[in-house]
Design a protein around this ligand. Structure first.
Ligand SMILES: Nc1ncnc2[nH]cnc12
Ligand SMILES: [Zn+2]
Length: 315
């Protein structure tokens, strides 16, 4: 089944480039940039990948991202991810990047963007993988800082297809960023947002009604609100679900409890994605395979999930 799932043509619609930083590359970049790391070796770092919730993961994720300093670093990160796409027949990808994670450390916006975009361009030309980049605002930071980030992005508007919202969900509802998203949409960007990962269904309502998002990232807690479920089904609003992430971050205690196939059978446009594959134990195929192993996903269900991913592309 693994090889069959791997060969299935698919799109990835929920992937944080910073979350694809494998420990081996992290150590190589630390050495190249002469950065001392608090972990003795790759195995010690991998051993630290045990999380009780989203925040525990984010603390390590932001620490790891500190090794990314030069345009070449961002190129190498993105190129390594695209090689994984090629190996797993991901024919289209819409990755996120978090500019504030880097600009707050003094890395110029263009350094980040140029490295990523050069790799995405090479991915199109050399690997035949189409792509569209999503600029994601960090919701634990202020609205004002998000507005500044949008200002920095506007001169490069052709480099993005959408804006997103990620980082610590609880206590940072979508409403906090309504004005930023209003402006981004008026500048021609499509909007997506993480909602209903740890946060309640109300955050999904806000993301839909106030941020006017076209796709919900995660959204697994929608199942707690029947009226919301009906809306998502009626309007065929895609959900970018990340099964391994959800179990690693204890959104579900075990994969056998995941609701993605229940949602699929109810007519929700759910898709399978890897979120932060370097930290959560697998890329897209591993996520599909876990659904087969623990939930008995059939070939027909896998085909429908893959088709949903191709249908839910923004570009
Ligand atoms: N799963 C996730 N939720 C929120 N923010 C993130 N940033 C990277 N991965 C994330
Ligand atoms: Zn995510």
């Amino acid at each position: 089944m693994y090889d069959w799932l791997n060969a299935l043509p698919k799109a990835e619609l929920h992937l944080h480039l910073e979350g694809s930083l494998e420990p081996e590359l992290l150590f190589a970049l630390a050495e190249r940039n002469k950065i001392a790391l608090p972990w003795a070796d790759v195995e010690t770092l991998r051993g630290a990948y045990a999380f009780n919730n989203l925040q525990e993961f984010l603390d390590l994720y932001y620490q790891g991202a500190d090794v990314l300093r030069t345009e070449q670093d961002f190129y190498d990160l993105t190129w390594a991810y695209l090689q994984r796409c090629k190996a797993q027949n991901v024919i289209h990808t819409e990755p996120f990047f978090d500019p504030q994670t880097h600009t707050d450390r003094g890395i110029p916006f263009e350094v980040v963007l140029n490295g990523i975009n050069r790799a995405l361009k090479d991915g199109r030309q050399q690997l035949g993988i189409s792509s569209g980049l999503i600029l994601s605002f960090l919701r634990h930071l202020s609205e004002e800082e998000a507005q500044k980030t949008l200002d920095q992005a506007l001169p490069f508007r052709d480099a993005f297809i959408a804006v997103g919202l990620d980082s610590s969900e609880m206590g940072h509802p979508p409403s906090k960023f309504q004005r930023v998203f209003d402006r981004a949409r008026s500048e021609g960007f499509v909007a997506v947002a993480h909602a209903g990962e740890e946060g309640p269904p109300e955050y999904i309502w806000e993301a839909l009604d106030l941020l006017q998002i076209k796709r919900i990232d995660h959204g697994v807690r929608a199942i707690e609100d029947e009226r919301l479920m009906q809306r998502i089904i009626d309007e065929q609003i895609p959900l970018t679900v990340c099964p391994l992430s959800n179990t690693k971050l204890c959104v579900f205690d075990h994969m056998s409890q995941h609701n993605i196939l229940d949602m699929l059978e109810r007519g929700v446009k759910v898709t399978v994605n890897s979120d932060d594959p370097a930290y959560f134990g697998g890329y897209v195929t591993e996520n599909f395979h876990a659904l087969h192993t623990h939930l008995g996903m059939t070939e027909d269900q896998a085909r429908r999930l893959a088709q949903n991913s191709l249908d839910a592309r923004l570009v």
